[in-house]
Design a protein around this ligand. Sequence first.
Ligand SMILES: [Fe+2]
Length: 321
Amino acid sequence: MAIRSMSESMSESPLQGASASPFDLASRSTYEGWREWKLGVYPETVEQLIVPINHPHALDRSEKKALLERCKRANMALYQLATGSEPGKQLVRALGRQFGLERLDNNLRADEDSITALRVVPEAGKTHYIPYTNRPLNWHTDGYYNSPDEQVRAIVMHCVADAVAGGDNSYLDHEIAYLLMRDENPDYIRALMQPDAMTIPANVEDGAELRPVQSGPVFSVQPLTGTLHMRYTARTRSIVWKDDRNTRLAAGFLAELLASDSAYIFRHHMQAGQGVICNNVLHRREAFTDAPEPGQQRLLYRARYHDRIHGTELNNVWSGV
Ligand SMILES: [Fe+2]
């Protein structure tokens, strides 16, 4: 950690010291040290995130190191199987396990094994479950409607077949979103760390409550790992922002950032045999067109975990802690 003068230390939070968090608004110098590191290591192109792998079920040392290194810098890595396309559920499970990802989130639409097949399901068009249509999916983090003890901290997604056209994904490390927002106005961060900043109304279908109302912060710090967690959706329906000025301004800033052509946002067309492992970074999907032949549709397998990628705890990624 950078050496601070006595007056600086005294003017800051009592949390300052060996355990200071860069995500504590009172720890300005710790934040600035982390910020400099983050901007210095953040990849410049999406290609820098892609790791070719030969052994997805049992990564060799260099493959694992290369994936982990990208996750440390950007909370995400993309992989490309040397074998090309490969059917996916076991691969997703095996890959996750090698990064300590064990506890699967059991969402409403997941298959029995809690790994979700993402493809166009004809009847989904009549509901509001956009993931199972070919419509665009706006910016979000997964599981933003989950309860606090079931937050989604990591995702593995594997592409078995890609679309004929469209379906590109975009990704933004949520730590970069935090950084840009804190640089703009720390009060925006303060607003989005409020425990009732973002509320998702209950999910009611045919009079039955499938999920209760869920309030929570957008940004929070995970006590065990010291890392930053984000709940977010750019949806404007089925979401209630806290009715205060800074929350409104912060949500507006974020929406503008995500709609911009910021160089920090990575865009990628996921091809068959490629996938992503990430600490639930911000992402979106564009609309796509499937092949007309049956059995040729875009298909991705997705696993959501309550665990975070092992090795990406704050004290393992940044030497300033
Ligand atoms: Fe998602």
